[in-house]
Design a protein around this ligand. Structure first.
Ligand code: C2E
Ligand code: CA
Ligand code: CA
Length: 395
């Protein structure tokens, strides 16, 4: 039996709710309605694939609802509705995405049936995509790390002026014996809360160094290899020596390795982090500040940290096309990076328009689905050939 998916509607305008419900039913969905944010839990119990949310309601505002959706790890998608104008809708969208709630779209009141219908017909709602949440235990993850079930996908990074391939970011996946291929959102938080982030990172570093030093068939790549570090690495004083030893063992050059540290991993009292980062730099490693814009780095902090690269978070890059505030964040991050002598990389470059805009804005490097999705090492050589023709058309 094929069950129809649910669409949940949360709006204190009862007539509007009924109208939207009729549109959703006509599009083949079951619907559930509520008119007060306090009924959110009841709506979520039906596991809707889509929640249409009015961000201005009497009893609980939509921003509070978004916070609760994030806390409940809502796996469906969100449609944000408001009569308060585009700026308000864009900030609500940004806020949701910053908390990992996926946004399918925004609708301004008065709502037209066609606009809602267009969102309801999006293919991702049909192909059963709520990210499956597997119950994973600490013991299972420890076993997976130990049994070499982790693997790496690599995502290319290219220079915006001429499209030259300059680096890859290693992104971890877990080939789970029961659940199949798992992405980081299924296990990184657990690793970080259960003391497994360092063992996981050590495996990732060992694998990445081995694979990249071996290369692959016809692959010609001499760029940098970027590796993500968990916050805990910023308090492990033995880390710099350990990676130096790992690099020496495979005969790689430290200059070719870039460690990505998120803005929020550098704590308020950063003495230890500064020591670790400085020693990594002294050993020749490059450093990148990841997810820039989502944290709270003060300029003062940044000035004193020895970063080579500033990586603008994909949330701002993807929103830059439509949202003025995001555009300003991207532009000021580029200016800041330039002033501090860092290369600036934009992640989440999903189309050609963004590519051209970023290049004109003075951004140095790009990473994103427009260039390439993360892929196994063996596929990089084929991508390199295909990109070579595509990049020529871009410059
Ligand atoms: P991140 O470091 O910000 O990595 C970028 C994420 O954005 C990756 O997701 C990548 O697949 C995705 N992405 C890249 N380009 C685009 C694009 O154009 N559009 C969109 N929508 N997404 C894009 P992924 O692989 O699921 O990784 C998620 C996060 O998991 C990473 O975010 C990173 O914080 C963490 N992570 C991944 N590998 C490791 C690791 O080895 N160690 C640690 N500690 N964390 C890791
Ligand atoms: Ca990263
Ligand atoms: Ca990021």
């Amino acid at each position: 039996m094929i069950t129809r998916p649910y669409v949940a509607l949360l709006d204190d305008d009862v007539a509007l709710c009924v109208f939207m419900s009729e549109v959703a039913q006509a599009a083949g969905y079951h619907t559930l309605m509520a008119h007060d944010g306090r009924e959110l839990a009841t709506l979520l119990a039906a596991q809707p694939v889509l929640l249409v949310l009015d961000i201005a309601m009497a009893h609980m505002d939509g921003i509070e609802v978004i916070r609760q959706l994030a806390a409940a790890r809502f796996t469906g998608r969100l449609v944000i509705v408001s009569g308060h104008g585009a700026a308000m809708l864009q900030s609500a969208k940004l806020l949701a995405e910053l908390q990992d709630v996926r946004v399918a779209g925004i609708l301004t009141k008065p709502i037209r049936a066609e606009s809602l219908l267009a969102l309801l017909q999006a293919p991702e709602l049909r192909v059963a995509t709520p990210r499956v949440q597997h119950e994973i235990s600490q013991a299972d993850l420890a076993r997976g790390i130990e049994n070499n079930e982790l693997l790496l996908h690599y995502q290319p990074q290219v220079r915006l002026t001429d499209g030259a391939w300059v680096g890859v970011e290693a992104l971890v996946r877990w080939q789970h014996p029961q659940h199949g291929l798992l992405y980081p959102d299924a296990f990184i938080a657990l690793a970080e809360s259960s003391g497994l982030a360092l063992p996981l990172t050590r495996k990732v570093i060992a694998m990445a160094l081995q694979q990249c030093s071996r290369g692959c068939g016809t692959l010609k790549f001499t760029g940098t290899l970027s590796i993500n570090l968990p916050p805990i690495a910023m308090s492990d004083l033995t880390f710099p020596e350990a990676v130096e030893a790992a690099v020496n063992q495979v005969g790689c050059k430290a200059e070719k390795i870039m460690f990505e540290v998120t803005e929020t991993s550098v704590p308020a009292d950063p003495a230890k982090a500064i020591e670790i980062l400085t020693r990594l730099r002294l050993k020749g490693f490059a450093l990148s500040i990841d997810d820039f814009g989502t944290g709270h780095s003060s300029l003062e902090n940044l000035q004193h940290l020895p970063f080579n690269e500033l990586k603008i978070d994909l949330i701002f890059v993807r929103a830059a096309e439509t949202d003025v505030a995001s555009r300003l964040i991207v532009e000021s991050s580029i200016a800041l990076g330039c002033q501090l002598g860092m290369k600036v990389l934009a992640e989440g470059v999903e189309n050609q328009a963004l590519w051209h805009w970023l290049r004109n804005a003075g951004c140095d490097l790009a990473q994103g689905y427009f260039i390439a999705r993360p892929m196994p090492l063996e596929q990089l050589a084929a991508w390199q050939g295909e990109w070579e023709t595509r990049r020529l058309a871009l410059i």
